[in-house]
Design a protein around this ligand. Structure first.
Ligand SMILES: [Zn+2]
Length: 144
């Protein structure tokens, strides 16, 4: 027998102790909180709620640089878009041709940008050659 081996009686004793611990834990399971407080941020749950509103921000990775934007501008989706996204032209969009106007489109397949002439229902992408519907009915475009 190696010095780290346990004799059969010790294995039985430890096995019974583990079974007792599991049984005790399960017996009081419904009395425990739904989740434990783990990690540095856990203390935030014990702090009083703020009395005044605070801005909610999301941090986006834009070309490997953090960009803070208001939370209400961010929509988290579980699937990539299947239609052209209509994007309002940013104030400082020097790389976009001025003749593109107040909106442009982003291809759902390859992210190529394209001008929107009129209000097309479908567009073909000059880069990936896919043809997709244009998402004019997105909530953020209501009234456009
Ligand atoms: Zn494309």
């Amino acid at each position: 027998m190696h010095e780290f081996d346990l004799d059969p009686e010790a294995v039985r004793r430890l096995g019974h102790r583990v079974a007792d611990l599991v049984a005790d834990h399960r017996a009081h399971l419904l009395e425990r909180p739904v989740f434990g407080k783990v990690g540095e941020a856990a203390r935030l749950f014990d702090e009083p709620l703020p009395q005044e509103g605070q801005p909610l921000e999301a941090v986006l990775d834009v070309n490997r640089r953090p960009l803070r934007v208001p939370h209400y501008l961010v929509q988290v989706v579980s699937h990539p878009p299947t239609r052209w996204s209509v994007v309002p032209r940013p104030e400082r969009a020097g790389e976009l041709p001025p003749e593109w106007g107040p909106h442009y489109a982003v291809c759902p397949s390859c992210r190529e940008r394209a001008a929107l002439r009129g209000r097309p229902r479908r567009l073909a992408c000059s880069r990936c050659h896919g043809e997709f519907a244009v998402a004019w009915d997105e909530e953020y475009l209501i009234g456009v």
